[in-house]
Every structure is written in C-alpha cells, then in structure tokens.
Write a protein that binds this ligand. Structure first.
Ligand SMILES: [Zn+2]
Length: 494
C-alpha cells in the first residue's frame, strides 16, 4: 500500500458539547497533506448558542470571541473543498466525523470519508503506553504546545505524532498499521512485495507463520497468491483478520495440482498441525447415516444411526450420509419442509409431536379430517417413498463405481500433475508420474517410486471410510478423469 497516493485532511473541531445531533461546532482547523497542494485553514465559528462554561474553561473560547464570526453555513463550502475526497485524520475521529456528517447533511452533502483515527493508531503502534490522549502523546513524544483544546494546536499535535511514529517505527510498520485502520491492502512489515510476487497464481496449500515460526493459519487455495493477499486486504481495524495480519511474519506455500489435491492435503494437515489462530475444525461429531426402513405395513420410515456401517462398501441398502447427527436432523427437517413430507408419517416425529407439513397443519386445504385421512392413504406408499428418496437424493450413499481401485488425475494450468489413489471412497495417497522411469512416485515422500502392484496391495489394507473424503470425492466425481487401476497400468505401459 502506498499512503503517498492519498490526500489527508488532519482535522480538529471544538464544539459546544458532545452530541453531534444537538451541539454545535465553534472552531475548526484543517491541515491538508499529500495531494497537489498542502495547506492549512482555521476558523472560529459562531455556534448561534451560548458556550457552556465548562467548555469555555476547557478551550478558552468564550461566547464573546465568537460574536461576529462566520456561521457554519458560511464556511461549509470552503471546508468541503478541503475534506471532499481526502482521508479524514483526527484524534478519536468518530467524534469529528459525526459532527461533520451531521453539519454537512444540512446542506445536502453526504460526508462518508475514509477515516484514520490517530487514537487507534497510537494504541496499535504503542500498546504499552498507559494512555493515548493527545496531551499524553505530546508528553511522550516531547512535543510542547502552548495551548491544548484549540483546533489548530491539536492538529499540529497530531501531525507531530504522525511524523514521530513514522520515523520511530519505520515506514513499513507505520504504513501497515495505518493501512489496517484504513481498510486498505497492506503487507506485514516482514513480507515484501517481492515475496508476494513469488507466490504463484496456482492451486496449493499455504501456511502463515508467526515470529517464532509458529503456525498461525493453514489453508488450501485455488490461487495461492490471491488468497494469501486476501488476508491483508480489508482487514480493517481490530477485526479477527487484522489480528491475524499483525502476527504474520512469513508465508510458506506449496503449489499443487488442483483443488482436490489442496483439499486432501489440508484435511490431513489440519488434523496434524492445529494452527493457533484458526477456528478449530468443528470438533468432528461422528458421521451419521440414515436408513430407509419399510415397516410391516409397507410404510417407509427413516432411522438415524451414528457412525457409518463397517460394511458400507458391500451394502446394497439405501443409505443417506450426513456429517453428524445434528446436521442430519437439521437437513431432514429442512428437506421435509421443502418437499412437503410428513415427518410423523416417516416416524421421525412421534404421533404426539407437531409436524409442520401441510396435512398436519391443515394447510392442504382439504375439506374435512376424514377426507384428509383418505388423501393420506391415497397418496400411496410407493409414490410417497419415491418422493422421500428424491428429496434425499443429494445425500444418498453412492456405491463405489469400480470393481478395483482408481486413480484420479488432476493437473494445474502450470503443469503440476498428480494422481490420487482411491478405493471404495478411501484415500490412499497422491503420486506424480515420472515419465522418464515410467513409474508413479510418492508425492509426500521425496518421489519414492511405487509400482502398480504395490499400489494394489496398499488398497487391500483396511481403512475406515472418512466422511469428509467421501463428500470431497463425490464432489469431484464428474470434474476430473478417474481411471481404474488396470486401465491406468495399460495406458501408461503403452
Ligand atoms: Zn405431518
């Protein structure tokens, strides 16, 4: 970020009180920095009301001093010409911005500047100072002023603080903190634009590291560079994103073949590495499956059970899979509503519980309860069952579509190419293809070559089905080429 591209208006107002809606501005001072012309301007302003005595005591501005001075209406044009398009810099800037917004609004002007609050900036740059009022700051930085609480004196104090902080902390740190407060794109002081430019616009995983090399954040990205930069953009003020940006010292990244590869990596890495500033992965509830049971009257009923059946690969039973029980219950209720399925009829709810479906609530607009009953029976069990299955289509377990392991090929535009080994929806590792030796090489293990027979053996190890892998692989089923292992072997042998 280049703060030099912007025009800044350092502003201080003296007012008759603290309420922007009812109190009045009685003095304004502006110093415009940057831009084509640097200038300063100040004026006392007749507030057209008495100055409360404690304000008079604080500022030294009396009612008599304001008699005959211009009204806000007379200076607003001039003031606007200085402020319009400039970044508003003020100490406790919300106060000044509020008064300016309220006063300009009376003349049909909408004042919504970017704001740099020097109080927040002082707190961010000097967190160990006990207080950050303008007078304290002046003492700290050795800036002596004859007067306080007069508009131009306070503007000068702000200017002195900005100059001091920039020299004291250095341009990189100063720009970073100011940029964060302004919601402008920034870079952590220890990361240069050259570092950023070196990150490819390619899929992969990246890690944000702290000062001692500790892992703060870990994620996959479709475009590494863009996503790394997104951590340092619009992370305004004291947000979580800004908190993260402030602790980043270095970025590590690894380009991968694509989104599936990145997701498989992140999935494993998050479990192993536990980044400090990342929302803990949802304490994974147990995945959960829903069975479609036919009772002795041939009526379809839904049953939830925790965990996935051990023999899920061999099962011919219809099953719907969910992340966990809570998610299952939410989705069942939502889908029932969407598809107008009666949850009492499905035995999800007991007969005594209230179901929101059209028949139970009477909204089906059936003439009488007897007729509603008839309607219910008429909607035959077979028709009802097929509606239920259609409603849950997106969650139905799809049997493994091959009779052997398969390799999914993924390749990035930069030519990064990987083969992911999957059997029965279980993930057995990723490989690169070494054309020179005609062998697959382990991606994670310094390119150790692995032959097809070893791969086949590896897939014979029993492995629990991981719900996240299953969802992920299903999502990529149509987007990437999947090759059964035997076909792969034949292809590559040619
Ligand atoms: Zn119902």
């Amino acid at each position: 970020m280049v703060l030099g591209d912007y025009r800044f208006a350092l502003v201080d107002l003296e007012t008759t009180g603290g309420q922007a809606g009812q109190d009045q501005i009685m003095e304004a001072a502006v110093r415009v920095l940057g831009g084509e012309q640097e200038l300063e301007w100040q004026s006392l302003i007749d507030p057209a009301c008495a100055v409360p005595s404690f304000i008079q005591g604080l500022t030294g501005i009396s009612s008599s001093m304001l008699r005959g001075k211009p009204r806000f209406s007379e200076i607003q044009e001039t003031l606007w010409s200085y402020l319009d398009g400039a970044i508003l810099v003020a100490h406790n800037a919300r106060f000044d911005a509020g008064f300016l917004r309220a006063n300009f609004a009376r003349y049909g002007r909408d004042y919504q500047p970017r704001i740099l609050c020097t109080l927040k900036l002082a707190r961010a740059l000097y967190p160990d100072w006990p207080r950050h009022g303008l007078e304290t700051i002046c003492e700290r930085i050795g800036f002596y002023s004859e007067v306080h609480h007069r508009a131009m004196a306070d503007v000068d104090a702000m200017k002195a603080f900005l100059d001091y902080a920039r020299a004291d902390k250095g341009e990189a740190v100063f720009n970073f903190e100011a940029g964060l407060l302004l919601g402008l794109p920034v870079l952590p002081p220890t990361i240069s634009q050259t570092d950023i430019d070196a990150i490819p616009l390619q899929p992969g995983v990246y890690r944000l590291l702290g000062e001692a090399g500790e892992l703060l954040y870990l994620a996959g990205a479709t475009s590494l560079q863009e996503q790394v930069c997104s951590h340092f953009e619009n992370s305004a003020g004291d947000s979580k994103a800004a908190k993260l940006a402030r602790r980043v010292y270095a970025v590590q990244w690894q380009a991968l073949a694509g989104d599936l590869s990145a997701a498989l990596h992140v999935n494993a890495a998050l479990r192993a590495e536990k980044p400090l500033l990342q929302r803990r992965m949802k304490a994974m509830g147990k995945p959960c499956c829903m069975r479609f049971i036919s009772n002795d009257r041939g009526e379809l009923q839904l049953r939830l059970r925790s965990g996935l059946p051990a023999n899920i690969a061999q099962t011919t039973e219809l099953l719907a899979l969910f992340r966990d029980r809570k998610h299952a219950k939410t989705r069942i209720a939502e889908l029932a509503k969407e598809h107008d399925l009666c949850l009492r009829r499905l035995a999800v709810l007991a007969d005594t519980e209230s179901c929101g479906c059209r028949i139970c609530t009477g909204a089906a607009n059936l003439p009488s309860p007897a007729e509603a009953e008839a309607q219910l029976v008429l909607a035959s069990n077979v028709e009802f069952a097929s509606r239920v299955k259609a409603a849950f289509a997106g969650y139905l377990y799809a049997p493994w579509p091959f009779t052997e392991p398969a390799l999914i090929h993924e390749q990035s535009q930069a030519g990064c190419s990987e083969w992911h080994l999957i059997d029965d929806w279980r993930y057995y590792g990723s490989f690169t293809w070494d054309a020179a030796t005609g062998q697959l090489c382990e991606l994670s293990d310094q390119a150790r070559p692995v032959d097809v027979e070893a791969i086949r053996l590896r897939c014979e190890q029993s492995k629990e089905l991981q719900y996240e892998h299953y969802r992920l692989l299903r999502a990529f089923r149509d987007d990437l080429p999947w090759l059964p292992l035997s076909e792969f072997a034949i292809n590559k042998a040619q």
